[in-house]
Design a protein around this ligand. Structure first.
Ligand code: HEC
Length: 183
């Protein structure tokens, strides 16, 4: 082998070595991934603030029912409840259907009916909370917006008067109806 040929081989070897090194660098840059400290994805869930009254989730506002309740028409609310009756009983001792029994639901602990299989979303939302006029109003306005992930398959009741009448009716379906909100 003359020195010229040797040089050619040496250059080829060197060239290959550089190429491999280069590729290594490139691959490192391309595929180097930060190893997260915690496994899985971090999902930020806003902590529900139970210490304050303002637990309205962000999003389009809905009209409050509180000012309407004193003069609301529970009889008309019974009519509105027809939309719910396929899935809910509301009489004393009523059974769970597709949805949980609703007798005495005003001021009742959220997601608290034994033997009903609530969604994780409602259980989480309701942790340590009761159904107030405010939260019932929000939930019945747009269930899936107010409690994201709820399994209640119902679009909601748009008109605040209808919600007020319905909630007035629900309030009366209880052993001792909850106090009306202070005016
Ligand atoms: C298609 C069936 C369906 C209809 C219609 C429906 N609901 Fe529900 N409802 C459910 C289900 C299922 C749940 C449980 C939701 C969950 O676990 O996320 C539920 C939960 C509720 C809760 C929470 C009860 C608790 O124990 O915490 C209230 C209050 C409620 N519904 C009221 C109503 C009212 C009032 C109407 C009528 C305007 C209505 N629902 C219409 C299926 C329905």
């Amino acid at each position: 082998m003359d020195s010229f040929e040797f040089n050619k081989i040496a250059m080829a070897v060197l060239g290959t070595a550089f190429l491999v090194m280069g590729l290594n660098f490139a691959a490192d840059g391309l595929f180097h991934a930060e190893i997260p400290e915690q496994k899985g994805y971090a999902i930020e869930i806003a902590e529900a603030d139970t210490s304050s009254e303002s637990e309205e989730p962000a999003g389009p506002a809905f009209d409050p029912v509180e000012p309407l309740l004193a003069s609301a028409d529970a009889g008309a609310g019974e009519g509105v409840f027809k939309k719910c009756a396929a899935c809910h009983s509301v009489d004393a001792g009523g059974a769970n259907k597709v949805g949980p029994a609703l007798y005495g639901v005003v001021n009742r602990d959220i997601a608290s009916i034994d033997g009903f299989s609530y969604s994780g979303a409602l259980k989480e939302y309701g942790e340590g909370k009761q159904w107030t006029y405010e939260s019932l109003n929000g939930f019945l306005w747009k269930p899936k917006t107010y409690v994201k992930g709820t399994s209640m398959g119902f679009g909601g009741i748009k008109k605040v008067e209808d919600r007020a009448n319905l909630i007035a009716y629900l309030r009366e379906q209880a052993e001792s109806p909850a106090e009306l909100p202070a005016q």
